[in-house]
Ligand binder design. Structure first.
Ligand SMILES: Nc1ncnc2c1ncn2[C@@H]1O[C@H](COP(=O)(O)OP(=O)(O)OP(=O)(O)O)[C@@H](O)[C@H]1O
Ligand SMILES: [Mg+2]
Length: 254
């Protein structure tokens, strides 16, 4: 798609030429129209630059008229692994009747990520506050500094006090269980670090704790995180300690 194919003036929405080109390479006219309509409703004023360009989604930093930053996650219709998405959507009764076609599945996935963020936020999990989701676009709180620098992924971050970080992570996972959800893809890619504390992101695939394989997914998440925590200095931590700490934190909340 070239820029001239869009029938709206996109330079206002995308002042940066490079961002405009990155966008035009991967997103269709529906997505640009949708961004225009969300901007028209005041959710943001300008899409500034891509923070991340992945296989499934691009995440852009945006800014509103008052100068507040936003993160906009836009799922790609063509390259998303929609079979994987479909399989996970079936865990959720709300999405049982989604049409088994690519576009509908990606839209449902975006909606699921939005509602999961809302639910997790309600249960005090530290997630980006969701603002709006429509079709393949999710607008949420920008996680980063006041100056607008995006927070690093745990994989790239240095943690000042790993014990405090661990405690916060345990609390976050306990809160997720309170919300009756398992992340399902917990890793040092899907945790951002802000003020030395974890922020959980990328929650499209969350799994209900009532799922028959919930235990397997949960243990996989904990094992992945255990390796990460070892790398960050908690070398003595065992799976059983980690499991018990979360259980204790969860019981403490009752
Ligand atoms: N709310 C946010 N604030 C700041 N940065 C964000 C936010 N959400 C996502 N990011 C950045 O974008 C990256 C990709 O986001 P996310 O993990 O949600 O997408 P993804 O589904 O993994 O995408 P893909 O599979 O295409 O890589 C994150 O690692 C993070 O660097
Ligand atoms: Mg991710």
């Amino acid at each position: 798609m070239s820029e001239s194919d869009y029938n709206v003036d996109i330079t206002k929405l995308f002042p940066e030429e490079h961002t405009r080109r990155t966008f035009a390479k991967v997103f269709d006219k529906n997505t640009i129209d949708l961004l225009h309509s969300l901007a028209g409703r005041g959710h943001f004023a300008q899409v500034e630059y891509p923070i991340s360009t992945g296989k499934e989604a691009h995440v852009f930093r945006a800014v509103d008229h008052a100068g507040n930053f936003r993160a906009i996650k836009i799922y790609k219709i063509d390259t998303s692994d929609f079979r994987h998405m479909d399989e996970y959507l079936r865990f959720d009764r709300r999405f049982e009747h989604i049409k088994p076609e690519r576009r509908s599945i990606v839209h449902a996935w975006t909606q699921k990520e939005f509602t999961s963020l809302l639910k997790l936020q309600k249960h005090a999990v530290n997630v980006p506050s969701p603002q709006v989701a429509k079709d393949n676009v999710l607008v949420m709180e920008f996680i980063g500094s006041k100056q607008g620098e995006a927070a690093p992924k745990l994989k790239d971050a240095h943690i000042g006090n790993i014990s405090l970080f661990y405690e916060a992570l345990v609390q976050n996972i306990a809160h997720m269980l309170e919300a009756k959800l398992i992340h399902g893809d917990l890793s040092d890619y899907n945790i951002l670090v802000k003020d030395d504390m974890p922020v959980i992101i990328d929650v499209g695939q969350v799994i209900p704790t009532t799922h028959p394989n919930a235990k397997k997914f949960y243990e996989r998440d904990l094992n992945n995180m255990l390796k990460v925590l070892h790398r960050h200095g908690l070398k003595e931590l065992t799976f059983d300690d980690f499991y018990a700490d979360i259980k204790k934190a969860k019981e403490g909340k009752k």
